[in-house]
Design a protein around this ligand. Structure first.
Ligand SMILES: Nc1ncnc2c1ncn2[C@@H]1O[C@H](COP(=O)(O)OP(=O)(O)OP(=O)(O)O)[C@@H](O)[C@H]1O
Length: 269
């Protein structure tokens, strides 16, 4: 999925993304059973639906310079995907601002946005059109993207609904990393496909990183993050707990995973 930045005028030239005091909350309906009877009972008593607020991201500020490759780590539910969806413009901030300078390509949920009735090849073309590529650019890229996905014989021209999850992931990854975006957001994409495809994906990521694009990667594959990223941030319960060299951050995070306790300097957070 591709989106154009909306208000990058205020951003210093060297920055691709500025996140300023960002908070994102979800409202969840906590009613045990959603039935018509319950709704009528509630209405007759003049009661409202009971909701609970989950603060998924809390007061996060972060500047990401053009060309940096940032890894995001954190336990399940830490707010990583919420942050990525918000940077992609899919999820509006509850408060604070995100300013993006450049064309974003996202791989946040594999294959979201694909038209299942169309073939893989047609979806690649649609992806190109959505990315604002010209017809000739699309023509020259389609074959190489299809080749990158490397599906079993004939599948690239079959409807996507006939694909296995793995085939789906391959095409989605191939589209996202070959659209030459300014900013690439990847959520757990490094784990798509079998071992051979993982290796190919990783090599393509290396190339993209070397091309000085701005890349944000959410992954539990810490050694891959250490190799690809020049900076890592650790999210914990919606807050940015630490930011720094990937090796340092992933080491601290790994200790936390093994011991189950935060380093003492973070306990107040
Ligand atoms: N659509 C939603 N509605 C309500 N709550 C949500 C929704 N999506 C996420 N949450 C909640 O927001 C918090 C952050 O979730 P998020 O998916 O961003 O975490 P994450 O770090 O990406 O986790 P994981 O590693 O498990 O994918 C969690 O408490 C989660 O339950």
């Amino acid at each position: 999925m591709l989106s154009e930045s909306k208000s990058a005028k205020s951003l210093p030239d060297n920055l691709a993304i500025r996140i300023n005091d960002l908070s994102i909350s979800y409202k969840i309906n906590v009613e045990s059973k959603k039935t018509l009877k319950n709704a009528i009972m509630r209405a007759s008593k003049g009661e409202r639906v009971r909701t609970r607020t989950v603060e998924a991201v809390k007061n996060l500020s972060l500047d990401i310079p053009h060309g940096s490759v940032v890894g995001i780590v954190g336990a399940n539910g830490a707010g990583k995907s919420t942050l990525m969806r918000s940077i992609a413009g899919i999820l509006p901030p509850t408060s604070g601002q995100i300013t993006v300078n450049g064309r974003i390509s996202t791989l946040l949920a594999l294959g979201v946005g694909f038209n299942k009735a169309l073939s893989g090849r047609d979806n690649i073309i649609l992806g190109g059109l959505a990315a604002g590529m010209s017809k000739s650019e699309i023509q020259s890229q389609t074959d190489s993207i299809a080749e990158f996905a490397d599906l079993p014989e004939g599948f690239i021209d079959m409807p996507v609904r006939t694909y296995s999850n793995g085939m789906y992931s391959r095409v989605a990854f191939a589209v996202a990393v070959n659209m030459t975006p300014d900013i690439l957001l990847l959520d757990e994409a490094l784990s798509a496909g079998d071992a051979a495809f993982k290796e190919k994906s990783f090599n393509r990521m290396r190339e993209l990183c070397a091309e000085a694009r701005t890349i944000l990667i959410v992954s539990h594959a810490l050694s891959s993050l250490n190799e690809l990223c020049d900076r890592a941030i650790w999210l914990h319960k919606g807050k940015m707990l630490a930011s720094g060299k990937p090796e340092d951050i992933t080491e601290q995070y790994l200790k936390f995973l093994n011991v189950g306790e935060l380093p003492s300097s973070y306990e107040d957070l």
